[in-house]
Design a protein around this ligand. Sequence first.
Ligand SMILES: Cc1ncc(COP(=O)(O)O)c(C=O)c1O
Length: 376
Amino acid sequence: MTFRGKERLNWSLNNYLGLADHPEVRKADAEAAADFGFASPMGARMMSGNSNYHEQLEAELSAFVMKEDTILCNFGYQAMVSSIDCLVDRRDVIVYDSESHACIIDGVRLHMGKRYVFKHNDVEDCEKQLQRATALAEEQGGAILVITEGVFGMRGDQGKLKEIAALKKKYKFRLFVDDAHGIGTLGATGAGTGEEQGCQDDIDVYFGTFAKSFGLIGGFISSNEQVVEYMRYNMRSQIFAKALPMPLVIGALKRLELMRNHPELKGNLWKITHSLQKGLVDAGFDIGVTDSCVTPVYMNGSIPEATNLIFDLRENYNIFCSMVVYPVVPKGMIILRLIPTAVHTQADVDYTIECFSKIVGKLKSGEYMSDKIASV
Ligand SMILES: Cc1ncc(COP(=O)(O)O)c(C=O)c1O
């Protein structure tokens, strides 16, 4: 990217497959905008906002993630909040992972019934909460919705979907998976974390966003026909809001076509991911427990040090990446979060690891400690 007039190497875009700037995508986006404009459709899906393109995209997404039906949503965050709100009533019980994304937390906040949280990715604790939830749901005549993520976006660890799904043998619940980072990046066909772990069929409700691998805006929920049909008439964020604009729908169709027909995009993504992750580990960096493309680099330091470090990295080494500090991670911990993509090169990887070695040296020798935080 160009930032303040200078070319910078950017590791902070969720453009996993490099589709955001793909020439065919840019052409399809431009043509759809010219043909339809951004105003259309001028209504909610249930009123005047439906189109053949919306229905075609829903059908193609259903096939891609191997579910019976799909409903499009205007934003991923809103899709999760609103679908949780729509799927449970006060008699139902939610069981969810403690490190869930804000969209899950906010959806759970809307729930008027009981919720139990399990320790992050701890299947034993999930089972404990399921026991409590089962007793309550039986007493109230409700059901249980377990919500977790395919890939946790900060640490990059995959949700233990297969193990959680196996609990269905002992407990009655439906599994809802937010696969924002999994769709397009994981699984043989890119259908996501469920496909990767061999448990896609056990996911009852599947969420994907267009904001990451697709390089677009919007999201979708896929499930069986009955659940999706229910959502079409009960999910407030879609009933009471204008439908996804036509260029976004047509743009998503083009991206999906490229994802299906060009597996080399995912191949390149993983080539870069493996090389980056191995290179960092070989150079002595701690990348934690990631088993996805999300690549966190853990360092120790204060928030002012992190700010000075990231400034130095951007202004003097021309590398742009996001930092994560307290309260997202414990005090004293800094994460530099790298998102590899299919359009990074091996030279980008080599240069970045070389620069990271230099800046971590400076961090350790106290060079970033200062009363003054760097700014321009
Ligand atoms: C795990 C997870 N869920 C949901 C979202 C929200 O998606 P969107 O950006 O499409 O609103 C994100 C994106 O930040 C995410 O990382």
